[in-house]
Design a protein around this ligand. Structure first.
Ligand code: DHB
Length: 285
């Protein structure tokens, strides 16, 4: 799947990603009202990854209906990512995503820097359980809960999502980070603090997926720094039953999806694996 936040602001770009080999696309996180996001600079490439703080820019749920409807006309599996500041907002957003035709919902409980949203909610197991449970009661489509690596006890949050009957846990979102410019002696991002993605965070994601999938039965979707087929296989071995890919699009182009799928197949052939399910969780010792 295409992960949330990369080339997913409109149906046109998500269609391009789908045609380039993604099995499904996850939308940019959508909220109740339109938001412009933070001023630039909002994204910078560092030595081993990308740091960003966009500020949840989005057109608001009512202005997003055409994007989902277009994707459905094109028969593209779409996961609607949503963010809210409370259970009522999450429920309202999920109901609208379902009405527009989304195939699943991803609850963003992990944006590392937006006041009142994301991680501020996703670090409280009671809130995670309450919101997930209320969303589950309001929609029929599957509900994924995307959680943060910026937690002391990630398993506790994954368990809260599982106890609310989440259909999958998505791990991880970006890692809280900062870049300082030595000449200006100031943080580079306008929001100062951002989230780190790309190759550098893969070991963090693999560890989180391993810890989570060892402790819950709910499927885990792995995300964070997957750039090659071997990266994806590492996530499968850690326990992920599917993966999402984002920053790789920047490093290897839009056809990263096809390239990564081909690399997975090659690795499986070389090592005599016929079915991906044979690999899931094999490293859980
Ligand atoms: C943004 C960043 C995130 O990591 C996230 O989960 C959602 C939104 C952003 O800056 O827009």
């Amino acid at each position: 799947m295409l992960s949330s936040g990369i080339m997913d602001e409109d149906a046109g770009s998500m269609n391009r990603v789908f045609k380039s080999g993604a099995g499904a696309v996850v939308t940019k996180s959508i909220g109740i009202k339109p938001r412009e996001g933070y001023l630039n600079p909002t994204a910078i490439e560092l030595e081993h990854g990308i740091i960003n703080a966009m500020g949840l820019p989005n057109p608001g749920i009512n202005n997003f209906s055409d994007e989902i409807k277009t994707l459905k006309t094109l028969k593209i599996p779409v996961v609607g990512s949503i963010f809210g500041s409370n259970s009522r907002e999450f429920v309202q957003l999920a109901e609208k995503m379902q009405e527009y035709g989304a195939d699943a919902i991803e609850l963003n409980m992990s944006c590392p820097h937006a006041k009142g949203y994301g991680l501020e909610i996703g670090s409280d197991p009671k809130l995670v359980k309450e919101i997930t449970s209320n969303v589950k009661k309001s929609v029929k489509i599957p509900v994924f809960v995307k959680i943060s690596p910026n937690l002391t006890n990630i398993v506790e949050i994954a368990k809260a999502a599982e106890s609310a009957k989440a259909d999958a846990v998505v791990a991880i979102n970006t890692v809280k980070a900062m870049k300082i410019d030595l000449e200006t002696k100031t943080p580079v991002l306008s929001n100062k603090i951002g989230g780190y993605s790309g190759k550098a965070i893969k070991p963090i994601g693999v560890r989180c997926v391993y810890e989570i999938s060892k402790n819950i039965k709910t499927p885990v979707i792995g995300v964070g720094g997957i750039t090659t087929g071997e990266d994806a296989i590492e996530y499968f071995m850690a326990g992920a039953s599917a993966v999402q890919i984002g920053s790789a699009v920047y490093y290897r182009g839009i056809d990263s999806f096809k390239k990564i799928c081909r690399e997975i197949e090659k690795w499986m052939q070389k090592h005599n694996y016929k079915d991906l399910s044979e690999l899931i969780g094999v490293a859980q010792i």
